[in-house]
Design a protein around this ligand. Structure first.
Ligand SMILES: [Fe+2]
Length: 158
């Protein structure tokens, strides 16, 4: 016996599926990329940066899950494979283990800026749909990204 899944997403919500999956993919790539930084960061600030990148990838995992579960709650299908994440993400991995700590911090700040910008556009679409609950989730993520960008830039300033 097959049970048809209820179609919770109206036509308005459907226009969010792709943009939200792009943002979800950004979180997934950020999660791995921040592990790369945690593992390969070098220099006199090793201890604090190693710990900071761990804090950031734990946070990225939380945001990934938050966004995917919000999508499920409004009847959308969150992307759930690395293949999808790699094809949809706007941010790119560096994969270079010899990258300097400064480059890693600058890269994270730049990625977070890209992610905040994409989330902002998605939040505007959600608002136009009358879905302010989804917009609230997205705006909350933007606020957290902006705080991290500020802290990364403060770490980088001489
Ligand atoms: Fe670790």
């Amino acid at each position: 016996m097959s049970v048809k899944e209820p179609d919770l997403a109206g036509p308005a919500a459907r226009n969010l599926e792709k943009p939200l999956n792009v943002q979800l993919s950004n979180w997934a790539v950020a999660y791995i990329k921040l592990h790369h930084c945690h593992w390969f960061v070098k220099g006199p600030e090793f201890q604090s940066l190693h710990a900071k990148f761990e804090e950031l990838y734990d946070w990225a995992a939380e945001k990934l899950d938050e966004l995917a579960e919000r999508m499920l709650a409004i009847g959308l299908r969150p992307a759930s494979t690395l293949k999808e994440y790699m094809s949809l993400a706007e941010i790119r991995e560096s994969g270079d283990p010899s990258e300097s700590a400064t480059k890693m911090l600058e890269g994270a700040a730049s990625d977070f800026g890209t992610m905040a910008k994409g989330l902002k556009a998605a939040a505007e679409t959600a608002e136009r749909n009358g879905d302010s609950a989804t917009a609230d989730v997205l705006n909350g993520q933007i606020e957290e990204l902006e705080k991290q960008i500020w802290m990364l830039k403060a770490t980088l300033s001489k």
